[in-house]
Ligand binder design. Structure first.
Ligand code: AHR
Length: 869
């Protein structure tokens, strides 16, 4: 499929060029006053294209945001085994003034070797002495429901009674039960608690009444109503929300947690199976990843482990997509590598995992599955395996080669998912993607490559065509992590709003249209605890009592429920516009000090800026480390990454010339052009002199480069890089030209000169903004034609729809519509503010009209009579 309406593009481009800035922004970002547009949508119903895999739309699970422990895993007690490094974390001693005695952590003769710590309550008076657990930011209990308490208890001395209580946020006792049958040996003690009230921040308390000493370990509280009513299982509401999405696959267990910040804290699936008491606790890497949202009480108990993941897949009919560590720790952290000659245990973990999922109960790992109550192989079987998460660089290729060799030799039928870094166009991607296209190990090419993108909504809107021109014979794509970020990646202000959801929906039309290249896609992350999150946005938010799907969830659900089996080629005539690169210039440094002189910006013969910078720097934004001294404009801190901007948004095609000299430090000088200074697009192009590519764990600072890159909507895109040094204390004449171009799909040609010599020249990719997004499929069983239309604009789109070649259409169709205002969200406060609604469509025929609402996603299901093709 090609990116068709190029004539339309040029027209729109010239139109856009005649517009004012605010009109252009309106066009781009849909802030225009309510106007309408008439469009035609043509579906080639008799020319089916690529098939769509049942696993096309799926879900990505990671224990981030307390989405596993404190989320989907229904255990309500945090640090149930006192095995956190701070053994009392989550626990409090309750010692009223009349109580006497102590609560201590002991390690001698634990109840099992894997649980090395336990609490000892030694009461020395008549008043109760005890401990209380806070749960995961409070325990959610509901009236009318029952909660199963259990603990390992050993009576050490005395004959005191022991009670368990549920205590409300205000201190009310919600439920209480005596714990009986205690003996001098460790034994499991159980009780059922039925709270008399609903509370989202309840606590669990255990009291010893009267003199006596008891040891307590592995304290657990589960709602009886779990998903499928499994004891010790998953939270019913959260699992149900996932099931209701109807994901075609479930990727687990992450995410960065697969990698760990060092190899010692990588995810090891073998530690997550067998009796829960023996599953070795691991620090969750999201415990400390974001200093601005530290969660020191975040550990993985692995009560939700690989057995439970496969079982969940079975429950909801999703194809399992597990990931294993590739012998690499997270490259955003240590990037620690397992040496190639020591990879065997990692590879063996992958091979054993396949046997655990698919092998007979008589096999070594199949037997472990059987011992957990699942003698038959899991169904759906494991057909895919991810090798690493978001890795990059030659180190990854080396390890992927070793994994591919071993896995394909034993299990050639397993589809391997490989990585292409964390970004869809940056230097890491630019290195890996071509290598993966050529990748061949023992005759096996890279099967499917995982691409990730977190970016502003405009990225998703302008990338709906991303895969139209991809090589049909290259590796297939798994768009394995994506989410529109209303503010910025990792910003705590990001919202799960309709604007973002529609941008994702628009992008997904492009994934669907290209289902022969894009085999699977999943939004990330999946779950988030409203009181303990690190990362936003997320698909489903939950507090201790309720799970609320976001509006983004409903987009995913609409795709999952309306997948279709085969793509029907679809076009629309809505106009396209292009963002013209425009904006300020910037003088910058990255870990170096530098000075600048004689900055000139010209547009043809017209001087836009003429600044000698000899005695002042008028109009430059500067900052603390910038000053004019010794006849130059200086950034004086050798450790600073700082940019001083000048100019404005009206500047578009221009030439920038200046003199620059690095005066201290070893980092690059960075010259910026066309910085649009907007939040929505945040677009700029940079020439980096003396930088490095490949990411922190790959880049070799001894090999400096000249790098031409552009940035758009939170994403870098590498345009060109070549070896090139930046000598310190030497003045360079720098010139950058931003020239108009007629090259297809390009917005400008950028030419970069040093000392009068052309060093780099590259086209700037055009960011094309369609006004309407369409794709269609056919459901083979029902014969329904499924047309998906996303209108992100603030105006109604009237469409003439032609279903070319469609036979025996039923005149009554069905529309499912998600619409509202851009800022609308579903939250705990307004859980149903934006929900898909269904209505009838009358008069469906080979040609019919339909009105697509502003800010909407619409799925039209157009039935055909039985037997129609
Ligand atoms: O989804 C959150 C994180 O984003 C994932 O753990 C990681 O793969 C990506 O960087």
């Amino acid at each position: 499929m090609k990116w068709k309406p190029f004539v339309g593009t040029l027209l729109a481009l010239s139109l856009a060029a005649c517009m004012t800035e605010s009109e252009r922004n309106e066009l781009l970002f849909g802030r225009s006053p309510v106007t309408t547009e008439n469009v035609s949508i043509t579906v080639q119903a008799d020319k089916p294209g690529p098939r769509i895999s049942p696993a096309m739309w799926g879900a990505f699970f990671e224990d981030i945001n307390f989405g596993g422990d404190g989320g989907l895993y229904a255990e309500m007690v945090k640090n149930r085994g006192f095995e956190f490094p701070d053994a009392m974390m989550g626990w409090f001693k309750i010692s009223p003034s009349l109580a006497k005695g102590d609560v201590t952590i002991q390690t001698e003769s634990p109840y099992r070797p894997s649980q090395t710590h336990y609490a000892r309550i030694a009461s020395k008076a008549g008043a109760p002495l005890g401990i209380s657990n806070e749960g995961f930011r409070g325990m959610g209990v509901k009236i009318g429901e029952s909660y199963d308490f259990s603990a390992q208890i050993r009576r050490v001395d005395g004959n005191s009674s022991v009670v368990v209580q549920l205590v409300g946020e205000d201190g009310t006792t919600l439920a209480a039960a005596p714990l009986t049958g205690l003996s001098g040996n460790w034994s499991q003690v159980k009780a059922t608690l039925k709270p008399k009230d609903r509370d989202g921040h309840a606590r669990l308390a255990i009291f010893v009444n009267g003199p006596g000493t008891v040891d307590i370990d592995f304290v657990s509280l589960f709602p009886q109503k779990t998903w499928k009513n499994r004891a010790g299982g998953l939270r019913a509401d959260m699992a149900q929300a996932l099931a209701d999405m109807h994901p075609g696959f479930l990727r687990f267990p992450g995410g960065c947690i697969v990698e760990g910040s060092e190899l010692t804290n990588r995810y090891q699936w073998k530690n997550t199976i067998g009796p829960v008491e023996d599953r070795k606790l691991l620090i969750d890497r999201w415990n400390y990843e974001f200093p601005w949202r530290p969660t020191p009480d975040y550990y993985q108990s692995f009560g939700l482990g690989f057995f439970e993941f496969f079982q969940l897949c079975e429950d909801i009919g999703a194809a399992p997509l597990p990931l294993v560590n590739a012998g690499m720790a997270c490259q955003f952290n240590s990037g620690e590598l397992c040496p190639p000659d020591q990879l065997q245990p990692y590879i063996q973990d992958a091979l054993d995992l396949i046997e655990f999922a698919n092998g007979p109960a008589t096999s070594e790992w199949g037997a472990k599955r059987a011992a957990m109550g699942h003698p038959d192989p899991f169904n759906p079987p494991m057909k895919m395996l991810g090798v690493g998460n978001e890795q990059w660089g030659p180190q990854y290729l080396e390890r992927l080669t070793a994994f591919t060799k071993a896995i394909k030799a034993k299990y050639p039928e397993i589809t391997l998912i490989s990585d292409a870094g964390p970004s869809p166009d940056d230097d890491r991607f630019a290195y890996l993607w071509p290598k993966l296209q050529e990748f061949k190990v023992d005759g096996h090419a890279a099967d499917i490559v995982d691409q990730h993108c977190y970016a502003n909504p405009i990225w998703f809107l302008t990338n709906a065509h991303r895969f139209d021109n991809y090589d049909r014979n290259g590796p297939k794509v798994f768009f394995g992590e994506y989410a529109a970020q209303s503010e910025a990646i990792c910003s705590t202000k990001n919202r799960n709003n309709l604007e973002c959801a529609l941008a994702e929906a628009a992008f997904m039309t492009g994934l669907e249209r290209n289902a022969d290249v894009v085999r699977m896609a999943s939004y990330a992350p999946l779950f988030s605890n409203t009181e303990a999150w690190q990362w936003t946005p997320d698909l489903i938010w939950a507090d201790s009592l309720r799970a609320v799907p976001s509006v983004n969830y409903y987009v995913q659900q609409m795709y999952c429920k309306n997948r279709g089996d085969v793509v029907l080629p679809t076009e629309n005539t809505a106009s396209l516009s292009m963002q013209i690169p425009r904006g300020r210039i910037g003088l910058g440094t990255n870990h170096c000090a530098a000075e600048f002189q004689d900055v000139r910006v010209t547009e043809g013969d017209r001087a836009l800026l003429n600044a000698t910078l000899a005695s002042e720097a008028p109009g430059f934004t500067g900052g603390d480390t910038w000053r004019v001294a010794s006849g130059a404009y200086q950034q004086s801190d050798p450790n600073a990454s700082a940019t001083s901007f000048a100019g404005n948004k009206s500047w578009s095609y221009y030439t920038l010339s200046l003199k620059a000299r690095r005066t201290a430090g070893s980092g690059p000088i960075i010259i910026t052009v066309c910085d649009d200074d907007t939040h929505a697009a945040a677009s700029r192009t940079q020439w980096i002199l003396g930088g490095t590519t490949g990411g922190p764990t790959v880049a070799d600072p001894s090999k400096p480069e000249y790098i031409l890159q552009t940035h758009f909507a939170e994403q870098d895109q590498l345009l060109q890089h070549d070896p090139g040094t930046l000598e310190s204390n030497r003045w360079y004449d720098v010139k950058i030209e931003v020239l108009p171009t007629t090259k297809p799909n390009c917005a400008a040609q950028v030419q970069c000169y040093l000392d009068g010599k052309l060093i780099q020249s590259a086209p700037l990719p055009a960011h094309m903004m369609p006004q309407l997004f369409t794709s269609a499929t056919r459901d083979e069983k029902s014969g329904d034609i499924i047309l998906k239309v996303v209108n992100p604009r603030e105006s109604i789109m009237y469409a003439d729809i032609a279903l070319n070649g469609a036979k025996q259409l039923v005149s009554l169709g069905q529309a499912t519509i998600l619409s509202g205002a851009n800022a609308d969200e579903d939250s705990l406060a307004t859980p149903t503010k934006v929900m898909p609604r269904t209505e009838s469509v009358v008069g469906v025929g080979a040609q019919f009209g339909y009105k697509f609402l502003p800010h909407s996603m619409t799925v039209l299901r157009l039935a055909t009579k039985p037997g129609a093709k």
